[in-house]
Design a protein around this ligand. Structure first.
Ligand code: GLU
Length: 268
């Protein structure tokens, strides 16, 4: 098996130290295992993504010395594939329409990773939700056996209930994060999903989607998160210092590695 990891940022802001840590962890894992590393631009949310941020991702990663297989995938170039997957799930009878638009939007925002909320920006939208009850019926005994391996915490039963009936189809941007990421991890033959532990719970839903769509389940490595001086995780929306700010101050990639090594991190 070829080891293949990915870094999958959304161009909704400039990358900060937490992103650098995540990219370097995924990149280092692939390099240590003689594997491949890819970059995926997760830009399905056209209301929040900007070309300038995408450009900055390339520049920041180059500056860090991270290299990736090309051409890299941009999710906005594959929207019809996500729609096809949505149709497939609808045909299986595991989706239902939710026309309670406010609630639908609020929950879509909550299920988006790293503050990719779209509440406020999105037009009124009926949403398509995954029915856990229908999924359980469809998979039968397999549902209770759903599991994944996390290289940090070991074998894990998948418990999609922690996220409930998540929204997979959004009227505003077509598809929700969980579905796009599952399609692309399979399409790009990702053997190890290396990402922050803030996305650990997302894995429960994603493993279920893999089973429903007959896609393989990769292994996972959810790494600890870097924390700021007050013990909160770094985040774009909280104004964490961007990598380009460090660069403008004359720091080098080696300095960033040093800062990361000295930054406190969460236990998981
Ligand atoms: N695009 C997501 C983010 O920027 C990451 C998704 C993932 O790694 O699964 O938070």
């Amino acid at each position: 098996m070829t080891i293949r990891t990915r870094f999958a940022p959304s161009p909704t802001g400039y990358l900060h130290l937490g992103h650098a840590f995540s990219a370097l962890t995924a990149y280092g894992f692939a390099r240590d295992m003689d594997g491949e590393f890819i970059l995926r631009i997760e830009d399905i949310d056209h209301t929040r993504c900007r070309p300038a941020f995408e450009q900055a991702i390339y520049e920041d990663l180059n500056w860090l010395g991270v290299t990736w297989e090309t051409p890299n995938l941009r999710q906005s170039d594959h929207l019809s594939d996500y729609q096809a997957a949505l149709d497939q799930l609808r045909d299986l009878g595991v989706l239902y329409a939710d026309s309670r638009t406010r609630k639908g939007q609020a929950e879509a925002a909550l299920s988006a990773p790293q503050g990719e909320d779209t509440a406020g920006a999105a037009p009124a939208a009926p949403a398509w939700r995954l029915s856990l009850e229908a999924a359980r019926r469809h998979l039968g005994a397999r549902y209770d056996d759903l599991a994944f391996t996390d290289l940090v915490s070991g074998a894990q039963p998948a418990r999609p209930e922690v996220n409930g009936d998540v929204i997979l189809g959004r009227k505003d941007i077509g598809v929700a994060y969980h579905l796009a990421v599952v399609i692309d991890d399979a399409r790009q033959n990702i053997s190890h999903v290396v990402r922050g532990s803030d996305l650990f719970d997302a894995t429960h839903t994603q493993v279920l989607l893999q089973a429903l769509l007959d896609l393989p389940t990769p292994q996972y490595l959810h790494h600890a998160l870097l924390l700021d001086g007050e013990g909160r995780r770094l985040a774009k929306r909280k104004g964490s210092k961007s990598l380009r700010d460090y660069r403008a101050e004359g720091l080098t990639a080696a300095d960033i590695n040093e800062i990361i090594a000295q930054t406190p991190r969460s236990v998981a």
